[in-house]
Design a protein around this ligand. Sequence first.
Ligand code: FE2
Length: 318
Amino acid sequence: MHTLTRTAPALAPTAIPFDLENESAYRQWRELKLRSYPARIEELVVEVGDPRALTGAEHEAILRRCRKANMAIYAGKVREADKDIPRLLGRQFGLQRLDSNWLADDDGITQLTVSGIGERQDYIPYTDRPIKWHTDGYYNPPARRIRAMLLHCVSSAASGGQSALMDHEIAYLLLRDANPEFVRALMAPDAMTIPARANESSVARPAETGPVFHVDPSTAELHMRYTARTRSIRWTQDPLTLAATAFLESLLSADSTYIFRATLEPGMGIICNNVLHDRSGFTDNEAHRRLLYRARYYDRIEDGAAVRMEPAVSQPSL
Ligand SMILES: [Fe+2]
């Protein structure tokens, strides 16, 4: 028996577990996905020395967690405010093509901190307010799909600022188990529209319509585009789509063993294949001003060892 972990472009359509018409591939993938799936946040944490230059064992430990759960948390010993930390860490996992959003610094790595000035103070990431569940770049066009994301903590808040995380493949699995038609509705190309954002004088970003779940036809990887926000979003108004989004919301608001919660301390970070995440509100003071670096990539975490059909029996546990 073989299972698909990552594929060459020549993948046979019958092997795609996210294909709703292929129940046996899905069942096989599902069984492997849930086998030894992490039950606690500690299982996702890897202690490292310098994230800019991981040892082979550190790299393998992070990769193994990403392979299983699409995410890992590293706890490094470097306390410097050095943007090379996310940049060089990402590069060790094949993450190179940075997305420069309009508020990112010139180098494509964004400093997330409370800003009381300019346009940034109008956007929640640059405030101390909570951020609802989402995947990064949900408003991006397909050509700028965010496949991986990295958050590195330089300094933490006096209190709060906790992140919750859920593997988007688990969200897919729970939706499909509940009702495969939920998945079909969320794969519709017009499922979700982010309206255009207009400045006073012009359109800063056109409206973006697309699916929630998208399977890359060349790699068979699953991508998710989602926001739990209720303003500045339009869902297709059919009963199935609305039931699917309500179910997803209930998954994310329930107490679930699939939701991991972490408050990053200085030197720690998250590397992931753009999993679902949120952030609680936080409070800074003079001594503790929260600063995180964020890097968003068009690349997915490179998993050289899995670019092949891997025997199911060799699936590593964490
Ligand atoms: Fe985010």
